[in-house]
Every structure is written in structure tokens, then in C-alpha cells.
Design a protein around this ligand. Structure first.
Ligand SMILES: [Zn+2]
Ligand SMILES: [Zn+2]
Length: 222
């Protein structure tokens, strides 16, 4: 790599994760982890700087709050005062629908959507990181070694999307690496099951005890 070669910031974050050579790095797909971090950072920024912005409150109101996943996240990332300010607004505007004078018929009541503002942030971050990874794999030979040797594996949904984005001639190379990673994961799951059998009492558990967490995260729906 020449000194003048500048790595795009999203790609630099991905490389950093691929380079962490620690078993705990197996718990989550690098893209999923970075997307989650983006959403958390965005939410933290909302609570620290933007909670009184009318535009933000109007957006939350018009989309009738957050989806279930991001409501759960808001209870842990958001502070009690920020959530009170945001939701007092929503509670106030929702009263009209149920007031005795309401003339909104059941036919025209707006149905809640199942996505929210943070789902949009998540979608944008996902696209950004996947494109950064694709560009990196299309142009940087050294990134393939990091992909192959990292304890972290892409989840199936992101692997599928990457295959659609990669230069066609690189797809067999990716599939070969991914297949080996799936085989290793399967072996680890089997090894963990074997060591939990009464015939294996006394055997020490190794990295394979983290395999089930990796398997769950590998198949989480996006
Ligand atoms: Zn993923
Ligand atoms: Zn959401």
C-alpha cells in the first residue's frame, strides 16, 4: 500500500474489527457491530443535543414513536428526562384520536408503521459499511487475508449482500473463505456439544464455547 493511499473511514473501522484477534470478536458480525454502534451514537447525540429540536419531535410524532427494537434501545441509551420530553409530545398529540369529539373513523386511522427513524439510520449505516467493505475487497489484496484470518465472521444476510455487490470474478474467492468459516463454526458447535456429554466430563472448554453466540448472530434477520 502506498503512503498516499487513504483508507475511507468506514473501511478503516471494518479493518480495525477484522484485526482484533480475540475470541470475543466472534460474538457479532463486523458489519452488524458497526451498524449497531452507529445507531447507538446517533441516539446518544439525539438525547444530548437535539431533544428540543421541533423537527426531530415532529418526525417521532409522525412515525408514532420507535419500532420495538429501538424502543428497547431508547430505554437504555436515552435518559429519563429526554425520553419524557420526546414522549410527552407524542402522548399529547395522540389524545385527539381517542377524544369523545374525535371524528376520525376507524377506516382512516393511521396504522403504525413498523420502522422508525433509527431503522433509517440503521439502513443507511448498513449500506455505507457494506459498500466500504466491497470497495476494499475489490481493490485491496491485503484485506482478503484479514477477512480470512479474523475470528469475526460476516452474518449470512451481510455475506449474501456482499456477494451481490462484489466484482463477479471475486465471488468464488469469497465463497471459498466463507464456506471454511461455516465449517469451522459447525465443528466448534459439535465440539461444544460433545464436551457437554457425560463421557467428556473433565475436558476443558476452549473457544468453541462462544460458537453458539456466533451462530445466533449469524442468522439474525436484517
Ligand atoms: Zn451482519
Ligand atoms: Zn427502528
Amino acid at each position: 500500500m502506498s503512503a498516499a493511499f487513504v483508507i475511507e473511514p468506514s473501511l478503516a473501522e471494518i479493518i480495525e474489527i477484522f484485526t482484533i484477534n480475540h475470541p470475543s470478536n466472534r460474538r457479532i458480525c463486523p458489519v452488524c457491530g458497526l451498524v449497531k454502534r452507529s445507531v447507538v451514537r446517533c441516539m446518544q447525540q439525539v438525547y444530548s443535543e437535539m431533544i428540543n429540536e421541533p423537527k426531530l419531535r415532529a418526525e417521532v410524532r409522525s412515525r408514532l414513536g420507535f419500532c420495538q427494537r429501538h424502543s428497547d434501545l431508547a430505554t437504555t441509551v436515552g435518559d429519563p428526562l429526554g425520553n419524557s420530553i420526546l414522549f410527552a409530545d407524542l402522548v399529547h398529540h395522540s389524545k385527539a384520536e381517542f377524544a369523545p369529539t374525535s371524528n376520525i373513523s376507524r377506516r382512516v386511522v393511521k396504522q403504525p408503521t413498523y420502522t422508525c427513524t433509527y431503522c433509517d439510520v440503521e439502513h443507511d449505516a448498513q449500506t455505507r459499511y457494506l459498500h466500504a467493505l466491497t470497495d476494499g475487497l475489490n481493490s485491496m489484496h491485503g484485506l482478503w487475508d484479514k477477512l480470512e484470518n479474523s475470528p469475526a465472521i460476516l452474518c449470512v444476510a451481510h455475506a449474501r449482500r456482499l456477494v451481490r455487490l462484489l466484482n463477479k470474478e471475486l465471488v468464488p474467492q469469497f465463497n471459498k473463505i466463507y464456506l471454511i468459516q461455516l465449517e469451522k463454526l459447525e465443528d466448534d458447535l459439535k465440539e461444544f456439544i460433545r464436551k457437554n456429554d457425560y463421557r467428556s466430563i473433565g475436558e476443558t472448554l476452549g473457544d468453541e464455547q462462544l460458537a453458539w453466540q456466533q451462530a445466533i448472530s449469524l442468522f439474525s434477520k436484517k
